[in-house]
Design a protein around this ligand. Structure first.
Ligand code: 2AM
Ligand code: CA
Ligand code: CA
Length: 269
């Protein structure tokens, strides 16, 4: 993507992300209408839909030739990543949004012919914006994030994962995952994939493992983590497919291989 074009897109996206954040904050204490989607704990609110509609109508107006991949149905049905594709999660961490009124994020990734060019993860209630442009580094607010720790010791690492890994599940042997939990320094669960990616980029989490994410959960995060030298694959070490669901392993590159070979390959069913 031409840098001038990218800058224009970046500035519009930035403006819309901040505006969307303001809309959420203005209505954070309003009564919520909560529906469920794939299961009883997969929540969606009017706010998720309103924010997504805000993005899609703005994008369609200013960039009518761009495509949109988004969670709540206002985007396009895509079977290719050709062209400029906005990948949007209006609220990532809806359960946190509903129950905690914090710890959720707006996630926007912009890809050109399948390559991540721009990423925004906005922690709305903390007013912290993570952003990145491919090849130009990642930022937390106005501060450039340093490259991830190249001397990280695996036994001193903190890994983000949720409890599904440690209960009986269809993807991995939970006993191997329990060993991983014992072998690292600590684990954390934040409930927003985008914020876990942002934490990996910031170096306050050293890795994040999750069984199944959609493109909008990871599109922005992958761009941001890439810019600080981290890497993102499936739990089998394979490339992420932006048009489908993936298991996800994003990590400080220093310990990615170790966790992949010593634990995930071992645990895989
Ligand atoms: P969401 O809040 O946008 O649904 C923790 O649940 C993380 O996993 C969140 O980032 C959440 O995104 C994401 N997630 C992906 N698929 C999910 C599903 N089917 N049910 C609940 N959370 C899901
Ligand atoms: Ca999500
Ligand atoms: Ca969402």
């Amino acid at each position: 993507m031409n840098t001038e074009v990218r800058e224009t897109i970046f500035q519009h996206a930035l403006e819309w992300v901040l505006e969307a954040g303001k809309m959420i904050k203005a209505h954070i204490n309003d009564p919520l209408t909560i529906d469920t989607k794939s299961n009883a704990n997969d929540l969606v609110t009017t706010m998720d839909r309103d924010i997504e509609a805000f993005f899609t109508s703005n994008i369609k107006q200013i960039f009518p030739d761009h495509f949109i991949l988004s969670e709540e149905g206002f985007g396009d049905q895509l079977d290719t990543m050709d062209g400029t594709v906005w990948i949007i999660d209006p609220i990532d961490g809806t359960m946190n949004f509903v129950h905690q009124k914090r710890n959720f994020a707006i996630s926007v990734g912009i890809y050109q012919d399948g390559i991540g060019e721009i990423g925004f993860i906005y922690n709305v209630m903390e007013d912290v914006l993570y952003s990145a442009k491919r090849g130009e580094g990642a930022y937390k607010g106005n501060k450039k994030l340093p490259a991830l720790n190249d001397n990280l010791n695996f036994h001193e690492s903190i890994i983000g994962l949720n409890h599904f890994w440690l209960c009986e599940n269809r993807l991995v042997d939970e006993r191997v995952m329990q060993q991983l939990v014992k072998d690292v320094r600590g684990t954390r669960t934040y409930g927003s994939a985008a914020l876990e990616f942002a934490s990996v980029a910031e170096g306050i989490l050293d890795g994040y493992l999750t069984l199944s994410l959609s493109p909008w959960d990871l599109a922005a995060g992958m761009v941001i983590v890439n810019e600080v030298g981290g890497m993102t694959t499936t739990i089998d070490g394979e490339k992420i497919n932006m048009l489908g669901n993936n298991s996800v392993f994003t990590c400080n590159s220093k310990i990615h291989q170790r966790i992949l070979e010593s634990y995930l390959q071992e645990a895989r069913k």
